[in-house]
Design a protein. Structure first.
Length: 133
């Protein structure tokens, strides 16, 4: 089950966060884990539309740019970012479990681990905080 922080926990999570570039978003990007939920990205005109559903929650969708810039979508950004980060964490762990040598496992899992960190950071920051739009 996905444990998304609450709005009350955000101020503490935001302490010390620096500006970063936005996480990578591509048309066709998707993920689904039975224990977490699912998401998918489609290209609509000049924007990315992201649809997601946390396990046991309602289906949601939003424009990626709006999620990045609209303070009113802060909770949606937190939920979506946490969901995608958790999926990248699961993938990194799957890679590490499939490789016997610890150093090689860490090296092989570095890309999904970095992606998870990028999405978690994006989920926590205030609207408009990240560069790249």
């Amino acid at each position: 089950m996905l444990d998304v922080p609450t709005i009350d926990q955000l101020p503490a999570l935001r302490k010390g966060l620096r500006k970063r570039k936005l996480p990578i978003v591509r048309s066709g990007m998707h993920g689904s884990f039975e224990s977490l939920g699912s998401f998918s990205v489609t290209k609509a005109a000049d924007a990315f539309l992201i649809e997601w559903q946390i396990k046991g929650g309602t289906s949601k969708s939003s424009n990626f740019k709006d999620l990045c810039t609209d303070p009113g979508l802060e909770l949606d950004r937190l939920e979506l970012g946490w969901l995608i980060a958790a999926m990248f964490d699961f993938e990194a762990q799957r890679i590490m479990d499939s490789i016997g040598h610890p150093m090689e496992a860490l090296k092989a899992a570095s890309e999904p681990r970095q992606a998870a960190d990028d999405w978690r950071h994006w989920a926590k920051v205030k609207a408009g905080h990240m560069s790249g739009l």
